[in-house]
Design a protein around this ligand. Structure first.
Ligand code: UD1
Length: 360
């Protein structure tokens, strides 16, 4: 059996790593196609290196663009690659533009499609990822869910339950496998931060960074946090671009907000693990803080990952200054570790996926 695994953007890479490994361990040939949606060394190559992901057999080099032109470009470039490769399965992960583009091509060419991280829904169709999730799931022959709520969402949408499998969270597989390495790398020390005495902030969602008022409100709240605790803010390229366009200074918080380039995987995990508090609008970071039980202030009004709020360590606060500040105060006076880890996040999701695909 041959499987083609597609990845394109930063949050895809830590998800494909355990899947490719589990398939290969079972003797299934797994070739990777990189769409090129993310292309900076720090947004892509660094993850392949750190996580020892095999080199892609094709790079579509689709690059940046409007969401529609980017998706269309990936589709156009993936078609001839898939026609030539003709695998038994295409596996896509997550909810980025590369995911839906590859899903469309596989389906139209009649290649069986499996979606890892199926069924998540924010119920907010203004969020680009939500449309990607709905379309990808509707097209998939096999749907692998990371939390029970995702299974319920798919049932509600009328997706045949014989195609849906609750397997756990591949992102947590990678976290578990690399946590000791991440701790040994001691990223906090390189940034002159004391364990348990700093906050980590990440910010990149269009709804937060493409709207000047929202970006100003969140950066002001980060400056407020910095009065209480030093803050490290690795800046996503989209956010850096917007700050420049909006004329916002990148030196904020009087030296107590350290703005740095995007971090690699091990440093990110190591810093989350040692943080007193995380402020983020990333879905993946919400899951990682839940696993590590680190208090997480989520800068969004909704989440497609409700388990991180219901039993995990995440609290939804949106982008309003007052709400974020109140959440910072509450977290700083609360315990260092909060919430519980979902039982199915046991580090074996990729094995279950490989076993499932190998069975038929
Ligand atoms: C994408 C995903 C989002 C994910 C995020 C993680 C979609 C719809 N969005 O958003 O779900 O959470 O990745 O990073 O697929 N850029 C660079 N270098 C790079 C990559 C991007 O400079 O290596 C710049 C480009 O100017 C680009 C902008 O960042 O226009 C946005 O990149 P894009 O892939 O369109 O979306 P993200 O905001 O990264």
């Amino acid at each position: 059996m041959r499987v083609c695994v597609v990845a394109g953007a930063r949050p895809n890479f830590m998800k494909i790593a355990p899947v490719v490994r589990a398939l290969t361990t079972r003797g299934i040939s797994a070739g990777i196609v990189h769409t090129g949606q993310h292309y900076d060394e720090r947004m892509s190559d660094a993850f392949f290196r750190e996580l020892d992901i095999p080199q892609p057999f094709a790079n579509l080099e689709a690059g940046a663009g409007t969401p529609i032109s980017q998706t269309a470009e990936i589709m156009k470039r993936f078609e001839p690659v898939l026609v030539a490769d003709r695998p038994d399965w295409v596996v896509v992960v997550g909810d980025v533009n590369s995911t839906v583009a590859a899903a469309m091509v596989a389906s139209k060419l009649g290649v069986r499609l499996a979606h890892v991280e199926a069924g998540l829904r924010s119920f907010d169709r203004t969020m680009p990822e939500e449309l990607n999730r709905i379309v990808t799931d509707a097209l998939s022959d096999r749907l692998f869910a990371s939390e029970p709520c995702a299974v319920a969402n798919l049932q509600r949408e009328g997706i045949d339950e014989s195609r849906v499998f609750l397997v756990g969270n591949v992102m947590i597989d990678t976290l578990q496998a690399n946590l000791e390495r991440a701790r040994a790398a001691r990223a906090h020390a390189r940034f002159d931060l004391e364990p348990g005495e700093f906050a980590l902030a990440t910010l990149h969602r269009p709804s937060n960074v493409d709207v000047r008022a929202n970006l100003v409100s969140i950066l002001s709240a980060i400056e407020y946090a910095a009065k209480r605790i030093p803050v490290l803010l690795p800046l996503h390229p989209r956010t850096r671009k917007r700050m420049e366009e909006f004329g916002l200074s990148q030196s904020i918080g009087g030296g107590r907000v350290k703005i740095v380039e995007p971090l690699g995987y091990l440093d990110t995990i190591g810093l989350i693990d040692k943080a007193r508090l995380v402020l983020t609008d990333s879905g993946g970071v919400q899951e990682e803080t839940t696993y590590l039980r680190v208090p997480c202030i989520t800068l969004r009004d909704n989440t497609e990952r409700p388990i991180t709020v219901e039993i995990g360590s995440s609290r939804l606060v949106g982008s309003r200054y007052e709400a974020i500040v109140a959440a910072i105060d509450a977290a700083m006076s609360g315990p260092n570790r909060v919430g519980t880890v979902p039982p199915i996040w046991d580090g074996r999701a990729a094995e279950r996926i490989a076993e499932n695909l190998a069975a038929v």
